[in-house]
Each structure stands twice: as C-alpha cells, then as structure tokens.
Design a protein around this ligand. Structure first.
Ligand code: FES
Length: 357
C-alpha cells in the first residue's frame, strides 16, 4: 500500500539563501520500502495552518545512502517550502510516502554510454542523484551536464557537483550557465533554450553520439532542449524528462479514451498491493481520486494538477477521459497509463491497476 510513514528529520541545512537540503532518517525496517531509483521523488505531507498540504520533492542522494536527502527550493509565499525552511528542525517528524516516478536512470555496470543532462534551477535535484549513480555504477560511461541558473549564489549543490568532478575528472564534464551573471565565455551566458542547447552540443559533443539525455526544469525549457536534441540522434524514448512547477499554459484536454456522454454510475475497481476495492461514481463526482476519497478510499496523489504523476495508474479494463496531462510521456499514454487526479470514467466498468509498473 502506498501510504505515508513518519520519518525523522536527521538534518536540515540551507543549501543556498533560498533552498534547503533535508535529510530523512529511514529506519532499517522501512529501508526496503524506501529503496529508490536515482531520479525518483517523494511525496511529503504536513498539516499547515490546519490544512493537510502535500508536495512532491526529488531525491538528491543515491540509492543505498541513508539518510536519504531531498532538495527544496524555498519559493516566496510557498506554503510548504516556507514551512520546511522556517519551522522544521532536526528531530521533527515529516510524513513521507515511499519514492516512485518514471524519471530515473537504470544502472548497468557493463554500459559504456554517453549521457547528457540539462537542469534548470532546482531541476538539478534529481539530476544530481542520476549523475552520481551513473558515474559510480557505470565505470565506462561519461556524463556531460549543463546546469542553468540565474546566478552562482542561488545555484544549488555547487559543492556536491565540484566534488563529483574531482572524483571523476575524466568522465564528468560540468558546465554552469547563468542568465543574470556574465561569465568569461559567452556560450555560458543565458538560458537553456533551443538555440543555446544546439550551441552547447555543437561545441562540447565534438562528434560524440549521446545515448540518453535527462532533462529537468520548467515546461518551456524541457520542450526547447528536447527539440534541440532531436538533431543529435536521440529518439523520444532516450530523452527522459521531469517537469517542475505548473505549466505556463493550460494544455488542451487529452482524450486517452472516447468520452462517455452520460452520467450513469461506473463501477470503479482499484487494485493496489494485490488487494481490490470497488466503489461507484458518476461523471458528476469529479475526478477519480476525489470520488474515491469521498467514499473512504485513499488513492495516491500529491499535486492534483496533472504534473507530479503521483496518481499514475494503469487502465486494466474500461475507459477514462483525462482533463490534462503534464506528467506522463507519450509512451505511457499509449500503454494505457493515466493520471487518476485528472481522470473521469468513460465506461460503465473501470479497473485501475496501481501495481502495474
Ligand atoms: S496528483 Fe500530481 S499528477 Fe495527479
């Protein structure tokens, strides 16, 4: 069952003036549950101002390292991030759900690959875990990391990255870009847009053929970098992306299945950890997560905005309509995965399998 566990805060350090690194102690009996792939994230929840509030944060440590660490950018007015930065301290308990997420690297010691990484701002958090795990776990692979920020003093994990560069000087190429601070070479000034990505790849790939790329940042940056990478021989499935923040423009609804035009009740069965629960809902009940909660069935969710994919599930039987999708890749849609927080039944019977990965 994907449920929240109370974990103790081992350390809380300010990474920059506007970001923190939170270390969570995971007791031995929970370590198997909290095992993760580099790049995955954690839903966390706390009651703030009397209201249960959830967020999802990426893990910046590597698998097998305890306590596990997450990186949090503290947004001005950000309810959860300000709560963490200003009110929590070592020894406090935080409710945390086990890690998950499709944005991750699979380590194979036999690989001899060229990896590219593009991170904007706090998008470095999962990428840091990925770079470190790949360099440690694949002795013949190389990584070129391009990391964009406004300026050096707001750049997260600078020391960790330089330490990695010192450990793997031959296999890690590390490039910082700043949009509000001039650097010695103009190629490192500005943002990671399509033109800049092409210039960086032309300059630093020098004929190398990349095998995979990992991109983490806001929506517009991801699409720009992805568009640029198409020229360097990377197929869609070799470009892994993770968005943070809300999309700038609301996307048109994504119809993964034909929309049912009636309000008759649907029997929804959810399969989780091998157990089945069934409830009834109509198109008037809103999304599947809310309809289940109204009947006492807690399904996983965090953002409820179609971004974090905490609510990802697989349609084993039946049809749904999704309002929006910013968290699933096209191949996941093709295979029948949906975001339950954005989904409404479009058939009389619906079976959702949360165990299918
Ligand atoms: S809860 Fe975040 S996408 Fe559904």
């Amino acid at each position: 069952m994907r449920q929240f566990h109370k974990l103790s805060i081992a350390r809380l350090e300010h990474e920059t003036a506007d970001s923190v690194r939170l270390s969570l102690a995971v007791p031995a009996e929970l370590q198997a549950k909290f095992f993760f792939q580099p790049g995955q994230h954690l839903p966390v929840q706390a009651t703030i101002g009397g209201k249960l509030t959830r967020r999802t944060y990426s893990i910046c440590s590597v698998p097998g390292q305890w306590p596990m660490e997450i990186g949090i950018r503290v947004q001005p007015g950000g309810k959860f991030s300000e709560f963490v930065a200003n009110e929590l301290k070592a020894g406090d308990l935080l409710e945390v759900m086990p890690p998950f997420g499709q944005f991750h690297a699979s380590i194979d010691p036999g690989n001899a690959r060229i990896y590219l990484g593009f991170a904007a701002g706090s998008g470095i958090t999962p990428i840091l875990s990925i770079v470190r795990a790949l360099l440690e776990g694949e002795p013949k692979s190389r990584f070129l990391l391009f990391y964009g920020n406004r300026r050096l003093r707001t750049t997260m994990f600078v020391d960790d990255l330089y330490a990695l560069k010192n450990r793997f000087p031959e296999r890690l190429q590390l490039y910082f870009l700043f949009s509000q601070e001039d650097q010695e070479f103009p190629i490192f000034d500005g943002r990671l847009d399509q033109e800049k990505t092409e210039a960086l790849c032309d300059t630093f790939l020098r004929g190398l053929a990349p095998d995979q790329a990992f991109i983490c940042g806001p929506d517009t940056m991801i699409e720009s970098v992805r568009a640029a990478l198409q020229q360097y021989g990377l197929r869609d499935e070799e470009v892994h992306t993770e968005r943070y923040g809300a999309p700038r423009q609301k996307a048109a609804p994504v119809d993964v299945r034909r929309v049912a035009a009636d309000a008759e009740a649907t029997q929804v069965t959810v399969i989780m950890d091998g157990h089945e629960k069934t409830f009834s809902m109509t198109s008037q009940h809103g999304n599947i997560v809310d309809a289940a909660a109204a009947q006492g069935i807690e399904l996983p969710y965090s953002c409820k905005g179609g971004v974090c994919a905490t609510c990802r599930t697989w349609v084993r039987e039946g049809e749904v309509r999704m309002d929006a999708n910013y968290g699933l890749e096209p191949w996941e849609i093709d295979k029948g995965y949906v975001l339950a927080c954005q989904s409404h039944p479009a058939s009389r019977k619906l079976v959702l399998d949360y165990d299918k990965t």
